[in-house]
Design a protein around this ligand. Sequence first.
Ligand code: DX5
Ligand code: ZN
Length: 229
Amino acid sequence: MFDRSIKIAPSILSADFANLGAEIRAVEAEGADWIHVDPMDGHFVPNLTIGPNVVAAIRPHVKTFMDVHLMIAPADPYIEAFAKVGSDMITIHAESGPHLHRSLQAVRGFGKKAGVALNMTTPISHIEHILDAVDMVLIMTINPGFGGQKFTHSMVGKVRDMRRMIGDRPIHIQVDGGIDPTTAPLVAAAGADVLVAGSAVFKGGSVDTPQVYGDNMRAIRAAAEAAQA
Ligand code: DX5
Ligand code: ZN
């Protein structure tokens, strides 16, 4: 069931935090493939967002696939908590601790898919020898911490190099940061299949006008699919 078809993963960081359940139901009804959740610790990144209690509260609303991008260092003490509240994928930053392989094994030990995120300055060679422990590589296309930042074009080549390194392995490539209908085709052509988008999905819409979310996602998907290698 692994496949490289384009998957749109709205980041709920750009949703209305007072209305997360309804926001999730709205984007899923309009075609979201995954729901991307961004816990931040105010230490690894200069922002504080959500913890396991909020993830537990939104879990019943997620009917697709809950993709949890931990921007937390160290991540290890929190893996169990995020696993127990029903994450489907837990992504750990390569820079968040010295024993990345152990962290990834811990994620799989809870029966979850294991992702590894690379900050822009972290080379792909960092994970070359542990790819068997990985279900997804997240190539950051911004400095993590905030939505609405500008896409970094030099990351397109990094996605291409990562795609080549992965070869036939069943490993997704996710991109996160500044993805919209103009940048999506660049990363899709380079080999990314999971496209996180926050501001480009939620802009202009609300739970009362969910078709705007649908139009925003369809524009990203169409541009990416037309370009996919
Ligand atoms: C930022 C988060 C992203 C963020 C992306 O650190 O990891 O998921 O929400 O937002 P946009 O799509 O607006 O760049
Ligand atoms: Zn993210």
